[in-house]
Design a protein around this ligand. Structure first.
Ligand code: MG
Length: 290
């Protein structure tokens, strides 16, 4: 094949040497082509041969100059699965000191939740706990266990919840052979998105959520510029696959969920007191770029 008709030349429609062109928009009819910004340039490579260079957001593909393309920082993973990596903000390590240092009730006062056997436990009537530190977009890890003695059914069985930004609930529920509405079972974005599968362990067994959350963005008038997204693993199983949250998860009657309401860029993470003694441990967070 002649060089001028090579696949790359056709793909990028390079007409003139050194021309800087965007990718052909018609190839991506339904995609937003503005990000990342892709440019290609025809110029001489290190051996003096004419070659095609691609740039992604201004950085050359396979750039070796680390002032232009810094290497990712080194992070040491935890020694056992689920243990906090070296750059995590640990919000609860199982100790009473860690609990009192990082958590309060929703008024900012000392929480009446129990701490025992390396876990914090929801106490009926004590209200939610919330983190003293505030977070927006983040990676969040938490382990939880519903009571081993099964009491109640449906939403009344091992109910709690993890609220990112104190607002968006990933349901915590004993969903092991416990039927309830799909968008209210464990791992649901409450009232908005059911989990892809039910990966629940038995009552009393420790379970984990690993959550990648990107906060919603609001304009100056409080209108939603970008909705929140959730990717969630339940016990290592994907249950929310970059789910776009269609609105608020708050309870507004049996069949209505609340819509977005503008809020600050960072807010506490909270866990729900729904009247059931649900336990939590090994809570850590890694803030992410929006
Ligand atoms: Mg709940």
């Amino acid at each position: 094949m002649a060089k001028s008709k090579s696949f790359l030349a056709n793909l990028f429609r390079i007409a003139t040497p050194a021309a800087v062109l965007a990718l052909t928009p018609s190839l991506y009819a339904e995609e937003d082509m503005t990000k990342p910004e892709i440019k290609v340039e025809k110029k001489k490579d290190a051996d003096g041969r004419e070659s095609v260079f691609m740039y992604i957001d201004g950085v050359k593909v396979h750039e070796t100059d680390t002032t232009k393309q810094p290497l990712p920082p080194v992070v040491s993973p935890g020694k056992v699965r689920g243990a906090p990596p070296s750059d995590a903000v640990v919000l609860f390590d199982g100790s009473a000191e860690s609990f009192s240092a990082n958590w309060t009730d929703t008024k900012g006062d000392t929480s009446k939740w129990k701490v025992a056997d390396g876990a914090m436990e929801s106490v009926r009537g004590a209200g939610y706990v919330q983190s003293k530190k505030k977070f927006g977009s983040c990676q969040f890890h938490i382990e939880w266990a519903s009571p081993s003695k099964v009491q109640g059914s449906g939403q009344g069985r091992g109910n709690s919840g993890v609220f990112l930004m104190g607002t968006y609930e990933i349901q915590v529920l004993d969903s092991y052979q416990n039927e309830t509405y799909a968008d209210g079972q464990a791992g649901a974005l409450y009232g908005r998105s059911k989990p892809l599968v039910n990966a629940s362990r038995k009552p009393g067994e420790w379970q984990s959520y690993d959550i990648i959350f990107h906060r919603p963005l609001f304009d100056k008038d409080g209108k939603v510029k970008r909705r929140a997204t959730f990717t969630v693993l339940h016990n290592g199983v994907l249950i929310q696959d970059h789910t776009v949250l269609s609105g608020g998860t708050g309870w507004r009657g049996p069949h209505a969920a609340s819509d977005y309401r503008a809020h600050p860029d960072k807010m506490p993470i909270s866990m729900q007191d729904h009247g059931n003694p649900v336990r939590f441990r090994n809570v850590w967070v890694r803030p992410l770029k929006d």
